[in-house]
Design a protein around this ligand. Sequence first.
Ligand SMILES: [Zn+2]
Length: 368
Amino acid sequence: MRLLFALVSAALSAAVIAAPPQSAQPPSAATDALILITLDGARVEEMFGGLDSGILQSTLSGSQTLENHPSYKRFHASSPEERREKLMPFFWGEWMARHGSIAGNPALNSSVRLTNTHRFSYPGYSEILLGEAHDATIRSNDRVQNPHVTLLEELKAVLQLPQAGVAAFASWEVFREIVEHTPGALTVNAGFEAFDHPDPLVREMSRLQFETPTPWNSVRHDIYTVGFAMAHLRTARPRVLYLALGETDDWAHDGRYDRVLESFNRTDSYLRELWTWLEAQPDYQGRTHILITTDHGRGRTSADWRQHGAKVEGAQDVWMAFVSPRVARRGEWRDHPPIFTNQAAATMAAWLGIDWTARRPGAGRGIL
Ligand SMILES: [Zn+2]
């Protein structure tokens, strides 16, 4: 019995010593990690208000009623706060409540807007990764190499990281061109693309992505993107990771509002999985800075929610969330001057000790 007690208490104190207390190692730009996450075309309406009954109603066919629709039964509630928490229980119930904050809720006089005028994907992602819009030259979603060196490439150079140390995993194939100016500078896996990994389960996922086609030739299911990103985190321990999810946009273009809602909900479970893993890793816990945002909004009404673009009112409105050991703010931002997407790059660079506007005088200033 004494021996057992000794063993247990030794194990307990070992556990206490092994578990890195949050305050023992203050965050430092020299060892901190950065994760950028984007949810393509995720509207402020769903982010802050959950299920939009008017839009779901507009998608019903024939004998369907709103009250009997599975999406309504699953995600409806009377207040925006309850609805969004049903849609994204981890994001609202835990992440923003206890670990981070989010700007962009129009109901709280909080606004986050694009500075590019195109309001579609490549210009939006490029604005996030460069800190400035280039409307004259970045104006299509074609597979054109980014004409400018991105924040990800610059971080790799300045922090002297190996290729595996800065990685981008994306559901949409055009990210291969968006995230880097110099092809091959970073670890990139985008669209329907095989991913080689020592874990047989990950290799099986790589095979399955080709066996489970989506309705879109250029966008795979997000679950594969998440699986490969998590596998790379586990084995390569990158300092900088970009996770670019796509299904919230593509189902909307197809008019499948039920699938849009399911995508938000599944994305929430991916965020929970990522966060739970990070919190259990001594080299990431308490020293990982996360910025979550979107490349554009969409139309505000049941007539135009499927669309976005220069002429679609509402597509300029986005949101931005921050989970960082150096940011004390929790919950929602309110009553502040507008934030712009071109401020994301400088905000992320500052977390790793780099002054982005000194390098790119045209870039938006850091937010925090
Ligand atoms: Zn997009």
